[in-house]
Write a protein that binds this ligand. Structure first.
Ligand code: FES
Length: 106
């Protein structure tokens, strides 16, 4: 279990308890985080689960695979610390993670 903070585009902060073994995207959707569209259901083929990882956390995550890097090129509001939340597995190591949800997903 990891406590994860989502910051919406309007600055609203929501903290959730994410179960280990799921993805950050599934945890967000299950907890009603707005702005995580996840059109492809986690298949790494849509980029609508894009989040911007707090820079202090980015290097602590498992690096993105090539497919994720390719898909990130289609993400709205690209960022150097952008990730696809469906490609981030939840573990205890994510406890305290902070991510921002972009104002749009496409
Ligand atoms: Fe489609 Fe993550 S849900 S890429």
């Amino acid at each position: 279990m990891a406590k994860i903070k989502f910051i919406a585009a309007d600055g609203t902060e929501t903290e959730i308890n994410a179960e280990n073994g799921t993805s950050l995207m599934v945890a967000a959707v299950n907890n009603g985080i707005k702005g995580i569209v996840a059109e492809c259901g986690g298949a790494c083929s849509c980029a609508t689960c894009h989040v911007i990882v707090d820079p202090s956390w980015y290097g602590k995550l498992t690096p993105p695979a090539q497919l994720e890097k390719d898909m990130l090129e289609f993400a709205a509001e690209p960022s150097e610390t952008g990730r696809l939340s469906c490609q981030i597995p939840v573990t205890d190591a994510l406890d305290g993670l902070v991510v921002t949800v972009p104002s749009a997903q496409y």
